[in-house]
Design a protein around this ligand. Structure first.
Ligand SMILES: [Zn+2]
Ligand SMILES: [Zn+2]
Length: 452
């Protein structure tokens, strides 16, 4: 979404903030007539050394935008930027740590800092009331987000998560051959992805004039004029970023990887219910690996697993993980485990980690399940759906225990630390929690039909 698309928006308000930036007073450096020995090397002749405040006032009088730097009389070694604006002298404590700053924004030069300060002061003085109001009538809906959002709202309302949903194929006796199962799995794939995702806003310096895609107003200032979502590229004022709904639709071009990418971000970018890695690996395993001895316990060659990762990162859903590419099913199982382990936020999120651990510690079997169920409902939808699908699959893996020798307990040992990681990595916590991690996964496999 190019910001220039907004520049055609008519309305005096839009152009006037831009106009104001053009009208803002320009910096006028007031230089010191003599060479100051105490001058730090990162200041120029605008540095006047220790001079009284009143004298600085006199030097600046009469010219809007005039500025100088003086050393504090009371605290030598600290510096003050004195700036003439609105017919008075404004004094700011000035800092330097490789860049110059008085507040959040950092500048290469004092001149840039003053330019930006004058723009901000001028606009905020002239248009204070206007700025306070500019978010009340956002143009955001005109950009096509709202219709998308409405669809989502309807979708969300009709899909209350409090009603446990079941995987339809799971108890179907007719589905016995892996081939039939595979097609059943495909049928249950929902194509539409309705999850909410917050934008990933980062302070951004725009080159050339830009307009806010939320309120349509000019983004003023010399640097750090606003924020940009690094997943979808939405550009807005910092103040507007707090009002933008959680409707980020990541741009595939901005999502560079599949592995190590945030789970919700990945499914939003690909418009799927679950990460395609999970679906594809599970389908492949159900097709040809369910009877493989030590499935998920026996590890595949790590180089080959790394190869699978690379091919997902490069080809996405077109990655070839068929038997002709990787004959050993343990490579696919290993890639799935690696994918889950490498998530920046684990499937069982850091936020909910201790809730799950606490639930597993409850002495009563029924309250343990209740505790896990409650925690599950608090997971972000994409995480919940991934876990639901994975647990249904692992349950089916245990049905082949006679051949693969895997039961819910040893799958719990394998997947516990893969799905759950404590928020703070601490060898002791990890060791103490291992039993509960295993138990949580084991219980989720055994009771997946009632828990999900
Ligand atoms: Zn976004
Ligand atoms: Zn805005």
């Amino acid at each position: 979404m190019a910001a220039s698309s907004n520049s055609s928006l008519s309305g005096s308000s839009v152009s006037s903030v831009y106009q104001l930036q053009q009208e803002a007073p320009r910096p006028k450096r007031i230089t010191c007539p003599q060479e100051m020995e105490s001058r730090p090397k990162y200041y120029g002749r605008e540095f006047h050394g220790i001079i009284p405040r009143e004298y600085a006032d006199e030097l600046l009088a009469g010219a809007e935008g005039a500025y100088l730097i003086r050393e504090s009389q009371r605290q030598p070694g600290t510096h003050t930027l004195a700036l003439r604006f609105g017919h008075q002298t404004l004094n700011y404590r000035l800092f330097y740590d490789g860049k110059h700053f008085v507040g959040e924004k950092r500048f290469e030069s004092v001149h840039d800092l003053v330019t930006d300060a004058l723009i901000t002061l001028y606009i905020e003085t002239k248009a204070a009331e206007y700025i306070a109001k500019m978010t009340t009538n956002p143009i955001y809906e005109h950009l096509g987000y709202t219709s998308l959002l409405k669809d989502k709202m309807v979708h969300r309302l009709s899909q209350g998560r409090t009603e446990p949903r079941r995987v339809t194929f799971q108890r179907d006796e007719r589905i016995s051959s892996p081939l039939v199962r595979r097609s059943a799995l495909k049928d249950t794939q929902e194509k539409q992805c309705s999850y909410e995702k917050i934008h990933n806003f980062k302070v951004h310096t725009f080159r050339g004039p830009h307009w806010c895609e939320y309120c349509a107003n000019f983004m003023w200032g010399l640097i750090a004029q606003g924020v940009r979502c690094s997943d979808c590229g939405l550009n807005v004022h910092k103040q507007c970023s707090k009002l933008v709904p959680s409707d980020c639709q990541p741009d595939l071009r901005r999502i560079k990887k599949v592995f190590s990418c945030d789970l919700t971000t990945l499914v939003k970018a690909h418009n799927t219910t679950r990460p395609m890695v999970v679906d594809m690996c599970i389908q492949e395993i159900e097709l040809r690996g369910m009877k493989s001895e030590g499935l998920y316990r026996v590890s595949g060659f790590s180089e080959h697993i790394e190869d699978v990762r690379l091919s997902f990162d490069r080809d996405g859903e077109k990655a070839d993980i068929s038997a002709s590419a990787y004959a050993d099913i343990n490579i696919i199982a290993g890639a799935l485990k690696l994918y889950l382990r490498d998530l920046p936020i684990p499937v069982i999120t850091f936020d909910l980690y201790s809730k799950f651990i606490q639930a597993a510690k409850l002495p009563n079997a029924e309250s343990r399940l209740e505790g896990i169920h409650e925690s599950l409902l608090q997971l972000p939808p994409a995480h919940y759906e991934t876990l639901r699908y994975l647990m249904a699959h692992l349950k089916r893996v245990t049905l082949f225990e006679k051949d693969n020798l895997m039961n819910s307990e040893n799958l719990g040992i394998v997947f516990g630390p893969t799905l759950m990681q404590p928020p703070e990595l601490n060898a002791l916590t990890t060791l103490n929690d291992m039993r509960q991690q295993k138990l949580v996964v084991q219980l989720m496999i055994e009771h997946e039909d009632v828990l999900f």
